[in-house]
Ligand binder design. Structure first.
Ligand code: FA5
Ligand code: MG
Length: 399
């Protein structure tokens, strides 16, 4: 079999890779692909679907201000590099929480990272004395790869502290007493009414449901789902801000609520955008369909066929049968770094442990598909060849 020509990684385009994100620190796990996404600021482009949604949400909160005298301060240009203190400690996220692990989070150094949620800015704004704000930005998570998951997406954070009277009677209560107190229930009712109003503003009257959730920084915590295309979809997490978060921000005198919602999720429903990678395309056939302030249905221009390639490998060897250090997100990042947005999806299609040797094997199916053009078999063979080479560097043995 002839060896395919060494493939070229897809060009990073006109976005320079800022060395800021790619420091040679032992904790740094940011790939060039991720670094090329930072600073694109899709949420600040007025006629990009993410920017259009951002404006619609801000417009709704501005309309509330006239009813009840709450003015939401807008923050939407904060540095996506934050400290672990901001992203986790200030929010009471414990040191052993899986979300902090390098398998889930992109670290710049051991103490600075690409924010995994816009909640990373909650404490600083509370501490500065702001009582109500909206904070929008790009967030980064190492995650699976398919049509609704991308390692970068956008969130809108909302926080509102209630009047000082919201504290009366809340002092010295234990957790259980707090949950049943009139103060907590008042804040919770305000939170839910505000967010249900937002959904109606975006979608028109729509079916929604609240589920209990858990976040270390809110108590109680909920998620909101809306009914779309015959299924329930989670669009946001929220809750009553934990007393300790306010205490750490020197705001013990107040109580209030917070929420964080995913803009891509909303945009995919509102604009009927079928694949999350489309938000990042430079293709004019995408961009010319959208205009500031307008929600229109996306007309697909790309129905190019996918190309499937399987890859199977052992994740440990005989001498270390019990130590399997394979981290799935390392593999996903490696494929993304090699093939960029040509990767549509990665599925685990088989895994087993050999009964005699104790070796573990995995087989993944990679779907390659371009949003913009037809792929040649040769090109994909080249990429897959490179993926195989790279996988060996994870300590895996190809089968
Ligand atoms: C959070 O990120 C919390 N910070 C939300 C929050 C804020 C809770 C304030 C309480 C108070 P979660 O991980 O569930 O929670 O993400 C929030 C929303 O972001 C989700 O509901 C979803 O709409 C969106 N989201 C999460 N992961 C992804 C992803 N991989 N791709 C696209 N959207 C996502
Ligand atoms: Mg959630």
């Amino acid at each position: 079999k002839p060896t395919p020509a060494a493939p070229q990684a897809p060009p990073l385009g006109k976005y320079a890779v800022p060395s800021r994100y790619l420091q040679p620190h032992p904790s740094n796990n940011i790939t060039p692909h991720i670094a090329s996404l930072v600073g694109r600021d899709l949420h600040l482009r007025p006629s990009h679907p993410i920017g259009i949604i951002r404006s619609k949400i801000q417009e709704y909160f501005a309309s509330l201000s006239t009813d009840n005298n709450t003015t939401y301060t807008i923050f939407d240009a904060e540095d996506p590099i934050v400290t672990a203190q901001q992203c986790f400690d200030d929010l009471l996220i414990p040191p052993d929480h899986p979300g902090r692990a390098p398998s889930d989070t992109y670290y710049v150094t051991d103490t600075s990272l690409l924010r995994t949620h816009t909640s990373a800015h909650q404490s600083q704004h509370l501490r500065s004395g702001v009582d109500a704000f909206l904070c929008c930005g790009d967030v980064y998570r190492r995650d699976e790869i398919d049509a609704t998951h991308y390692p970068a997406f956008h969130q809108m954070e909302g926080v509102k502290l209630m009047g000082p009277e919201s504290m009366i009677g809340a002092d010295g209560l234990n957790d259980e007493q707090w949950l049943h107190s009139p103060e907590c229930q008042l804040i919770e009712a305000d939170l839910k009414a505000t967010l249900e109003g937002l959904m109606d503003h975006l979608f028109g009257p729509t079916e929604k449901r609240w589920n209990d959730d858990f976040f270390p920084f809110t108590q109680p915590s909920y998620e909101l789902e809306i009914y779309h295309n015959d299924e329930w979809m989670e669009v946001l997490g929220c809750g009553v801000i934990h007393e300790q978060v306010l205490h750490l921000s020197n705001r013990s005198d107040r109580r209030g609520w917070a929420f964080g919602l995913g803009l891509e999720r909303l945009a995919m429903i509102l604009f009927k955008i079928p694949d999350i990678r489309l938000f990042w395309t430079e293709d004019e056939r995408f961009h010319r369909q959208f205009t500031e302030g307008q929600i229109v249905e996306f007309q697909s221009y790309s129905k190019f066929p996918p190309v499937f390639k399987d890859i199977a490998f052992w994740t440990n060897d005989e001498r270390t049968t019990n130590q399997d250090d394979f981290v799935e997100n390392d593999f996903f990042d490696l494929v993304r770094s090699t093939a960029g947005d040509l990767v549509e999806k990665i599925e685990l299609i088989d895994s087993f442990t050999h009964p005699k040797t104790g070796r573990s094997s995995r087989c993944y199916r990679i779907s390659y598909r371009s949003m913009d053009r037809n792929l040649t078999n040769e090109e994909i063979d080249g990429l897959q060849f490179k993926v195989r080479d790279e996988t060996a560097t994870l300590g895996c043995e190809l089968r």
